[in-house]
Design a protein around this ligand. Sequence first.
Ligand code: PEP
Ligand code: MN
Length: 358
Amino acid sequence: MENEMITEPLRLEGRELKPPLIIAGPCSAESEEQVLLTAKSLAAGGIKIFRAGIWKPRTRPGSFEGIGSIGFPWLQRVKEETGMAVAIEVATAQHVNEALKYGIDIVWVGARTTANPFAVQEVAEALRGANIPVFIKNPINPDLELWVGAFERLNRAGVRQLGAIHRGFSSLNGSIYRNQPLWEIPVRFKEMFPEIPMINDPSHISGKRALVFQVARKALTLGFDGLIIESHCDPDSALSDKDQQVKPDDLIGSLSQLMREINDIAEDEDVEELEELRNRIDSCDHDLLVTLVNRMMVSEKIGKYKKKKKMSVVQNSRYNEVLESRLKEGKGIGLSEDFVEGLFKYIHQESVNRQREE
Ligand code: PEP
Ligand code: MN
């Protein structure tokens, strides 16, 4: 299939939106006070685009499903009192019609909606003739075609200002991430459609505050055009996604530090090469740590199994087998036996300790 897409640069009030595109705000609009408090702190830190979910597509019923249309006047106050543009998620024609009626500046299609072509088509028809930026999140499943298909549906309905949001992919296997980043998918998308801005949603990928800016760093060093980050004036009391929301001041602090790092690299040509290499090391180390946590999670499951079956934690034959195969594999890709042996001794010891705690 051809990759034809007729797009235009994203604009707000006629002005082109230049990267880095930074969008921040709570997962959900919960009260007028929460919305305004969060927005004012973010605006004071220089954030220009505010996000807040009005309708929340929740995986399971019974969780907070959004405040609904009564939140629109709160967002209008955000616009008037902070000058920020406002962005919400839309999933149905009614959502689009209300968003347009209330002067919402930017909309995005959520991951669960992107996965459903009927819903995307409905949203696309409702957006016909509306000339606002529309972001499309990747579908929850790792399906590049489905993501591209959503862009094509909107594009065929005449939507020209299109942006992509990489928010990671669901998986059955336990992971330190809430949603697996599978970076190769957005990278492939960027290769197919270099003119479509791609921003990263480190909040929904990481699912936890401590990881948000690690993921954001990785995205920016991979050349993403910006970030959408969840921020709440009081994250611990948030009605949705509380573990991943950061306080506005923390967001401003971490983001400006991250931007400084990234800009230093871009500005100073002399240090560019070294900084670029150091960035790659940072990114490799991040991946290493994540892989280690994932391994420990599997190891803990094995620990539970052994306990249930009354097996001893240390199985020498299995350990020798593992070590031998890792030594062989390591040697084959250029790692010394001493190094691999030392590394796996540490890893094994940590696994044993964790299994003993089971
Ligand atoms: C959100 O942005 O709060 C949201 C519901 O995200 P996603 O569609 O990525 O799950
Ligand atoms: Mn959320």
